[in-house]
Ligand binder design. Structure first.
Ligand code: ARG
Length: 477
C-alpha cells in the first residue's frame, strides 16, 4: 500500500474521514507556483552547501519546473493520498525524477516551507489589491475634478447640515482610501520576512545560506529566530485587519450611495451594469452591487476575528491549527480584490442628478452662515452697553453663541410662517437683531457659502482643487 510522506513510524492507516479533515490541498493548491518557487530556491541553497551536486541540482530544478508546468496547464493529477500542496508537489517530483526527489526536503520542514509559501503568495497577490485600490481612488479623483460645480447638502446624523460640493464628499472617501493605500504599503516589509531555513522549529543543520535564499526569493529580510519563523502568522492577521478597515471604508461610502440612490433622495442613479431587478416587483432597480460591498465588509471582519481566535493561546511554533490560516486569507483576498474592482466600476458609471441635489438645498442649511454673518457684523448690542475702554480689550465681534441663537430664532420664525429663511423681510430680521442690514440677502447663496470656506480642507473650489492635487500626488507614490 502507498505510504504517506511521513508514514515511516506508522503501522495503521489513516481513517478516511480523518484524511479529508486533515487535507488542505483542496484550497492550498492556489499556492502551487509559490511552492515551486520556494523549492527551486531551496535546491540552489542545498547545492551551495554541498548537499547536492550541480547535476542533481539541475535535475531537481527541471523536475520542479515540470511539476509547475503541470499545474499551470491544469494537467496536475491529484492523488487520493496527497495531503497538501507541499506533499503533492514532492510526490510528483519524485515520480518525474525518481528517488533523487527525496533529497529536496533535506533540512527543510513543511513548517518553514508553508510559512514561506504563504508570504510569497500574499506578496504577489497584494499587487493586485493595491492596483485595485489605486484604480478606485483614481476614478474618484477624476469624477471629483469633473463635477466640482455640483452642490449638495452635507449631512450629519443624515440630517441636512451645510452646503458642500459633491466633489468634496467623494474626496472625503478618497482620503480614507489614500490612508488604506499607505497602510497596505507599510505591511510589505513585515510580510517580506523569510522563514525558509528555520526547519521544523530548530533551524537548519546544513547551514543553508538564508540570506542567499532571501535574495533568490525577493524577501526583504530573514526571520531571525527559527521558532518565530515557523510560528508567526501576524502578517496574515495584519492583512486581514487591513482588509477589514478598507472594507469598512467601502461599506460606509456604499451606504451613502445606497441612500442617495433612493427615489426619496434621487441624487444618483446606478448604472444598469451594477444593478439588478426584482423577480416580483417589475419596477425595481436595486443597488445590489453596493449592498454586496456593504455585506462583504461583515464577512471580511469575520475572517479576521475568526483567525485571531484560532491564534489565541496557541503554544509556540507550528501547530496544525495554523492550517486554518488559509481559508480566511484566501477568501479575504478574493473578496477584497473583487470588491475594489466592482466599486471602481460602480463609481465610474453612476449618474449624478445635479438638479435633485440642488432641490435638496433648502435655505435652512444656510442658518450657520446667517449666524456667521452677524459675527462679521461686529459689535454686540450687549457690548454696546460697555464702556469704550472695556470695548478695546474685549473682542468686538458678537460671540457666536449669541449669533447662533439669533439665527435659530430666524429659523423658528420661518418655520412658523411656513416659509424659507430668505422669505423673511429685512424688518423681520431687524426685529431679531438690529445688526441685520440689506446685505443679509447675500447670505442666501449656496455657492457663496461654499466659497467662503477657504481654509484648508474646506469645500471651496480652491480647496477642492488642493485635495485633488494631494491625491494625485499620492497616486504617483
Ligand atoms: N498543510 C499544512 C499547513 O497548511 C502544512 C504544514 C504541515 N506541517 C505539519 N507539521 N503537519 O499548515
Amino acid at each position: 500500500t502507498k505510504q504517506k510522506l511521513w508514514g515511516g513510524r506508522f503501522t495503521g492507516q489513516t481513517d478516511p474521514l480523518m484524511h479529508e479533515f486533515n487535507q488542505s490541498l483542496a484550497y492550498d493548491q492556489k499556492m502551487h507556483a509559490a511552492d515551486i518557487k520556494g523549492s527551486i530556491a531551496y535546491t540552489k541553497g542545498l547545492k551551495r552547501v554541498g548537499i547536492l551536486t550541480g547535476e542533481e541540482e539541475a535535475k531537481i530544478i527541471s523536475g520542479l519546473e515540470a511539476v509547475g508546468k503541470e499545474w499551470q496547464e491544469g494537467k496536475f493529477i491529484v492523488q487520493p493520498d496527497d495531503e497538501d500542496i507541499h506533499t503533492a508537489n514532492e510526490r510528483r517530483l519524485s515520480e518525474i525524477i525518481g528517488p533523487l526527489g527525496g533529497k529536496l526536503h533535506t533540512g527543510r520542514s513543511r513548517n518553514d516551507q508553508v510559512a514561506t509559501d504563504m508570504r510569497l503568495w500574499l506578496l504577489d497577490e497584494i499587487k493586485d489589491v493595491e492596483s485595485g485600490l489605486r484604480g478606485l481612488i483614481r476614478v474618484m479623483v477624476e469624477r471629483a475634478d469633473k463635477e466640482k460645480d455640483v452642490l449638495m447638502p452635507g449631512y450629519t446624523h443624515l440630517q441636512r447640515g451645510q452646503p458642500i460640493r459633491w466633489s468634496h464628499l467623494l474626496l472625503s472617501h478618497a482620503f480614507s482610501f489614500r490612508s488604506d493605500l499607505e497602510r497596505l504599503q507599510q505591511l510589505i516589509p513585515r510580510i517580506s520576512v523569510l522563514p525558509l531555513g528555520s526547519g521544523a522549529l530548530a533551524g537548519n543543520p546544513f547551514v543553508v545560506d538564508r540570506e542567499f535564499l532571501a535574495k533568490e526569493l525577493g524577501f526583504q529580510s530573514v526571520a531571525e529566530n527559527s521558532l518565530y519563523g515557523v510560528g508567526d502568522r501576524d502578517f496574515i492577521v495584519e492583512f486581514l485587519m487591513w482588509s477589514s478597515l478598507t472594507m469598512i471604508h467601502v461599506s460606509r461610502m456604499a451606504e451613502d450611495l445606497i441612500v442617495y440612490s433612493t427615489a426619496e433622495f434621487g441624487f444618483i442613479t446606478l448604472s444598469d451594469a451594477y444593478s439588478t431587478g426584482s423577480s416580483m416587483m417589475p419596477q425595481k432597480k436595486n443597488p445590489d452591487s453596493l449592498e454586496l460591498l456593504r455585506g462583504k465588509s461583515g464577512r471580511i471582519f469575520g475572517n479576521m476575528a475568526g483567525f485571531l481566535m484560532t491564534l489565541k493561546g496557541l503554544p509556540s511554533t507550528y501547530n496544525k491549527d495554523l492550517q486554518e490560516d488559509k481559508e480566511p486569507l484566501f477568501d479575504t483576498l478574493t473578496n477584497v480584490s473583487m470588491s475594489l474592482k466592482i466599486f471602481e466600476g460602480v463609481v465610474s458609471t453612476l449618474e449624478v442628478h445635479e438638479e435633485k441635489m440642488r432641490q435638496a438645498l433648502t435655505m435652512d442649511v444656510l442658518a450657520t452662515d446667517l449666524a456667521d454673518y452677524l459675527v462679521r457684523k461686529g459689535v454686540s448690542i450687549y457690548l454696546d452697553l460697555l464702556s469704550a475702554r472695556l470695548k478695546n480689550i474685549l473682542p468686538t465681534k458678537i460671540p457666536f453663541r449669541e449669533t447662533h441663537h439669533i439665527s435659530g430664532r430666524a429659523v423658528a420664525l420661518a418655520e412658523a410662517r411656513k416659509c424659507q429663511l430668505n422669505d423673511l423681510t429685512l424688518d423681520d430680521y431687524r426685529l431679531l437683531n438690529d445688526k441685520f442690514e440689506e446685505d443679509v440677502k447675500n447670505v442666501f447663496d449656496f455657492e457663496a457659502s461654499v466659497e467662503r470656506r477657504q481654509a484648508i480642507g474646506g469645500p471651496s473650489r480652491k480647496m477642492v482643487d488642493r485635495q485633488i492635487s494631494v491625491l494625485r500626488e499620492a497616486l504617483k507614490q
